[in-house]
Design a protein around this ligand. Sequence first.
Ligand code: GLY
Length: 573
Amino acid sequence: MRKISILCICIIATTFIFGQSSFSFVGPDKEVNPYSYIVIKRGEFKQAAVSSAHPLASMVGAAIMKRGGNAFDAAIATQLVLAVVYPQAGNIGGGGFLLARKVNGELIGIDYREAAPEKANRDMYLDKNGNPQMNLSLAGHLASGIPGTVAGLFATMPYAKLAFEQLIQPAIDIAAKGYVLTEKEAANLNGVRESITKNSTQPSAFVRSIKWKVGDTLVQKDLAATLTRIQKEGARGFYDGKTAELIVAEMQRGNGIIGLNDLKNYTAKLRNPLSFNYRGHEIISFAPPSSGGILIAQMMKMVEKYPMSKYGFQSTKSVQLMIEAERRAYADRAEFMGDPDFFKVPVKTLMSDAYLSQRMSDYNPEKASVSSSIKAGIIKESEETTHLSIVDPAGNLVSVTTTLNNSFGNRTVVGGAGFILNNEMDDFSVKPGVPNMYGAIGGEANSIQPGKRMLSSMTPTLVLKDKKPYIVIGTPGGTTIPTSVYQALINVIDFNMSVGDAIDKPKFHHQWLPDEVAIEPDFDSNTKEQLIKMGYKITPRGSIGKTEGIRILPNKRRETAADKRGDDSVAGF
Ligand code: GLY
């Protein structure tokens, strides 16, 4: 096992009394110590594995499976811990998608995407001249959709084995007694200090008089109380009673529109997962209201008939082909994709061989296509989301991506309840057909309507090989999510890489508009020069995605990897 220790913080408190049941494995000198933990990037585990954005969350997921829980139990507990230790994207104020395959072959898709409140309307972010007011859809109370995460956790419970009270206890312990901050976490909190202060109406645990530094302990008493209400009352502990009243009071103080009825009426929905074949592998991913599953199906099917492995990893030939597939898939996104309960998404056609080969009929391996000659549109998305991948001893696979949209969502902490709300309303087309502040266009398919779910790019994905469980994967990254999953899968399947290498390799991203290829700093410079000669505009950028993956090897060991790009970490046994 390769360990990268970026953090080893002394135990600073030993007198706290953490929970006392057999699930009291969180505390100083216990299996999961919030005051001293390390980041582990890769591991090979015999039975069970978790990869997530934070070491404490992964460790709790593994500890739950050690105590008899399955991958669903672990997914619930891991998400709840992320809501405490990863406030930029882990959440109870946001939403997500869970994709799973039970060991008996049953596929499960749970959609707990946020929804537009009943008082929302198509033009709610336009000023009197019809111009979008992006400040309103991005920050503050009006930017929030109705949170779905807690409903999603309870929709997962029928597949779990342990009691919810046990699964939420580690998150309560860590919120109540605190955890130490890594350098990155301290910097992140300092970075949003001003905007959280500006957008929240009451003080919160995230803002204090002095700056945060590595090794400080973040205690979240209000969040612990909210989690305890959920522990005692179930989903009603969030969507009804005191927590719901606190959310609505926060909305009223900040001119938001989420009301008690919105919260009471919110439900998670079951969605049939999408499947397609790629070079003998069955790839399973999420259906609308996420665009992710359709996009990876389109991109992978468009390159399948070319000898990718012969072209070579990130050779000019393979990258150029993959870019052209990305361009064409993303061009379809805004025109044809939205909440399927409000807009008929032509899923079958978009994924069909005939349609996809026609889409590539004008592909020229010698030069760049031009986006202006390819119809349809694209919308923008924030890149702060989070993903967890889990395999349990029985072979159940769970892949979950959740989000607040922007890092720290709408930067509004619910007064007295201690959690941050999402700014997912900005994932709708705020003004259909008109470019937004990023120059991107969204369509009518994704216009705002009360109760509708905004289009997502989240792509929790599973792969079967020879009909047996093979890979669990997913990533944050807004519109770069599908390209990251697509490239990581191609790295494993066509270029024969381990899941860790596949994830860590440099990424590139084209989303039709703007007509440019974003590349990570370590992208091959020769390939970059060749692409420029072929007519591509190359835009260097920071990191793309934080992918978490698990591959089941022929000897059944779980090859587990957490992206090198963050504090992401694996755990297992
Ligand atoms: N907010 C990011 C996504 O849903 O794709």
